[in-house]
Design a protein around this ligand. Structure first.
Ligand code: PYC
Length: 331
């Protein structure tokens, strides 16, 4: 029996996949996207695993559902899905979902070229440029971001000690700069990153990370390795590990936001500074520190992230109970 049919617009943001699900998603309980995220995870997570895992998805797959606005001044809401769960915020997901939704006429902004969106991590502002029904770029003014732990030392079995920072950019990131036991991301293979990242994330889980305004947003979920750049006009490069086996092909919107918050807190960037951040494949986002703010006791920033996305296809996905892999699988 067919359990669900989901119409999807598939896209990629600077190389990383975004599956925008435009129909078939359940109505969710809750007044905020954070509450709706909890309801989805409790009752409908099979939809996420079916759409993200093999055989309909793959390790890097991520996406979003569009929901009506939660706040009267918002245009719409996004719920982000990926292989690891439902992220509080996803930067490349927002850039891809906004591009696909605007080009398909699914979002009607109150002000052309601007959107206010509710996401589980809070409310974000988005700007975009549309030329002949193509979105050239999308710029996100993200939720407030901050450095949660500075120069923490973690012991990685088989590797040794690493000095790391933990920063919040919409998700909590463990950020590792080149040092004795890490020669920089360009001196490691992708397999090295895939091998060490889950071990580092596990070790970093001993560092308490709970968002002061929303205790459901907690724990280090991503690992951001830094190193030298491929492009002369980039200010920094990263490889962001997420889920169980994924390295972000885009420069990672929440990862770039976390990196900006870290560099700001350490006095290496100031309000108004821009930072061109490069992914493992060399694609770029332009980050900027827009303003200073506060999150709980933490000095914080509002960063913006600008990038581009392209639609790759339209996809009607069926989930049939007769299929032994109806809810997907992971190897
Ligand atoms: O762009 O924020 C992002 C993101 C999170 C996980 C993968 N990409």
């Amino acid at each position: 029996m067919i359990k669900g049919t989901f119409f999807c617009i598939d896209a990629h943001t600077c190389g990383n996949p975004v599956r925008l699900v435009t129909s078939g998603h359940p109505s969710l309980n809750g007044a905020t996207m954070s509450e709706k995220r909890q309801d989805f995870l409790t009752h409908y997570d099979w939809i996420r695993t079916a759409l993200m895992f093999e055989p309909r998805g793959h390790d890097m797959m991520s996406g979003a559902f569009i929901y009506p606005a939660c706040n009267p001044n918002s245009d719409a809401s996004f719920l982000f899905i990926e292989t690891s769960g439902c992220l509080p915020m996803c930067g490349h997901g927002t850039i891809g979902a906004v591009t696909a939704a605007i080009e398909a006429g699914l979002l009607t902004p109150k002000t052309p070229g601007k959107l206010t969106l509710d996401v589980p991590a809070g409310q974000i502002q988005v700007e975009y440029q549309l030329t002949q029904n193509k979105v050239d770029w999308v710029k996100i003014h993200n939720v407030a971001c901050y450095l949660a732990h500075r120069n923490a030392v973690i012991d990685i079995p088989g590797l040794g000690l690493l000095t790391v920072d933990i920063a919040y950019g919409g998700n909590f990131y463990c950020i590792i700069e080149p040092q004795g036991n890490f020669p920089g991301l360009r001196n490691w293979t992708a397999n090295d990153i895939l091998h060490w990242s889950p071990i580092v994330r596990e070790a970093a889980s001993s560092l308490k990370c709970i968002h002061p305004d929303d205790p459901t947003v907690r724990g280090v979920s991503h690992v951001l390795w830094t190193g030298s750049t491929l492009n002369e006009d980039s200010d920094g490069a990263n490889a962001v590990f997420y889920g169980d086996k994924a390295i972000d092909r885009s420069p990672c919107g929440t990862g770039t936001s976390a990196r900006l918050a870290q560099l700001y807190a350490k006095g290496q960037l100031a309000v108004g500074d821009t930072y061109t951040h490069e992914s493992i494949i060399g694609s770029q986002f332009i980050g900027k520190i827009e303003e200073e703010t506060q999150v709980g006791q933490h000095p914080a920033i509002v960063p913006s992230i600008q990038g581009w996305a392209r639609v790759t296809g339209h996809n009607s996905i069926i989930i049939d109970d007769d299929d032994p892999y109806a809810h997907g699988f992971q190897v």
